[in-house]
Each structure stands twice: as structure tokens, then as C-alpha cells.
Design a binder for this molecule. Sequence first.
Ligand SMILES: Nc1ccn([C@@H]2O[C@H](COP(=O)(O)OP(=O)(O)OP(=O)(O)O)[C@@H](O)[C@H]2O)c(=O)n1
Ligand SMILES: C[C@](O)(CO)[C@H](O)COP(=O)(O)O
Length: 232
Amino acid sequence: MKKQVGAVIVAAGKGSRMGTPESKQYLRLEGKPILIHTMMQFEQMSWVDEIVLVVGAQDVERCTGWVEEFNLRKVTHIVAGGAERQYSVYQGLLAANTEWVLIHDGVRPFVTEERVRACYEAAVQQGASVLAVPVKDTIKQVNEAGMIVHTPDRRSLWAIQTPQAFRRSDVLRAHEQAVQDQVVGTDDAMLVERLGIGVHVVEGEYTNIKITTPEDLVSAQFWLQQMREEQS
Ligand SMILES: Nc1ccn([C@@H]2O[C@H](COP(=O)(O)OP(=O)(O)OP(=O)(O)O)[C@@H](O)[C@H]2O)c(=O)n1
Ligand SMILES: C[C@](O)(CO)[C@H](O)COP(=O)(O)O
């Protein structure tokens, strides 16, 4: 029988905004690569059946070694990604073999099982869902001359996170349509929305940061320590 839930974890980016010689997903926290922290979160979710990992072609070998070293038994495929996040996700979706997929950034290690489950359940009920948090700042739309052109009502603005949960067949179709239409999106929901499928927003946690720039590493150390204290 086809398995129900898979996680597609994308980690084929270069991390240019981090600016380190080693791509950010391989920087170590408490001795383990950030990507491994993320994968361990999904590995311990008993209801997640498989994990598909997407990395740079040059990193497949060392990631295969880590999957063994850290006993990540749910990993079924380690595939090479593409030049944009969207293309990496697509490669992961092709390899996945579950009815539902949870697409997650390899550099969001602090996502909690409770929120991932809520996201998955909302998708099953509503068709598609993403984790997100209400924005805390006032957001302005600014033109090329540096002038404010619009202040959207903050009450309708959410910062979108991962995981993003979809029926695999829907999100695969959305990616294929995007390629045909020459659209490159910054998340997968955007591509699914284009098909006219409603995407439900599930409130996430501000701690589910995407490690992107050097100051995020300071926050990451802090949140990891907090997690350890809660566990002990
Ligand atoms: N071609 C790409 C680009 C990004 N990603 C992954 O998508 C996630 C979110 O992307 P982002 O934080 O933007 O990572 P990078 O693209 O690596 O960062 P930057 O934009 O600073 O280069 C990361 O886990 C990243 O590895 C990917 O799999 N393939
Ligand atoms: C998908 C995403 O995590 C939603 O916030 C994000 O858009 C991907 O990373 P990027 O920084 O936009 O490349």
C-alpha cells in the first residue's frame, strides 16, 4: 500500500546571504550540521513514513554518510537539487512516494512536531496548508526611488514558513504548470495557488526561523539551548 506522509527536505542552496565558505545547512550546532538537526526532527515523528532529502550534487555522498551515522532510517532517497529552490523541490517530489508531502527547508531546524502535525491535519481537511506567523512590523511597499507607495493592513499579513503540506499529485502538477508558464516562485504554496487550489494558513511559531544570515546563527544557538533545557 502507498505510504501516507512524506517529508521533502530541501537543502541544495548555496547560502549566499550567510556568506560562509561552507553552505549554511552544513554549519554545525552542538557538533551536528544544521541539516541533520532538521532531519532528526522529522525522523522522530512516528506518523511520518518517509524522508526525501534534496542536496547539491556534490554533497550527495557526504549526506549519505551522515544519514547512516545519525541513523536516519526514514530516508528513502537523497537526490540532487537544482539552481533554484523550486527546482530542488521538484526533484524531491519526483522521488517521493506518498499521498501527502510536507515540503520543508533544511535550514528550519526548530519546527515542532505539534505544529507540523497541525499543518498536515489542516491539509488533509482543507486540501493544502502552510505554517505562518502574523507579521510583527508594519510592512511598506516601496518603489525603486525609495518612496513608500502603499501600507497594507498588517492584520492581513503573515510571514510564510515551512512545512507546506499538499497532496503530492497537486503540488507536482503545480510545479509542472509553473515551469510551462516560466514562473519561479519563492514558495510552493504560490504555485499551488496558481492552480486555483485554496491554501489554508495554520499559525506557526516565531521560533521556526529560517537560518539565513549570520545573526540567525546567534538565535539558533539560543533556541537550541532552550530546547535542551525544556527536554531535561
Ligand atoms: N537551489 C536551491 C536553493 C535553496 N534550496 C533550499 O531551500 C531552503 C530555503 O532557501 P534559502 O534560505 O533561500 O537558502 P539559500 O538559497 O541557500 O540561501 P541564499 O538565498 O542566501 O543563497 C534552504 O534549505 C536551501 O538549501 C534548495 O534546496 N535549492
Ligand atoms: C519557502 C520559504 O521558507 C517561505 O518563507 C522561503 O520563501 C524560502 O526561502 P527564500 O529565502 O525565499 O529563498
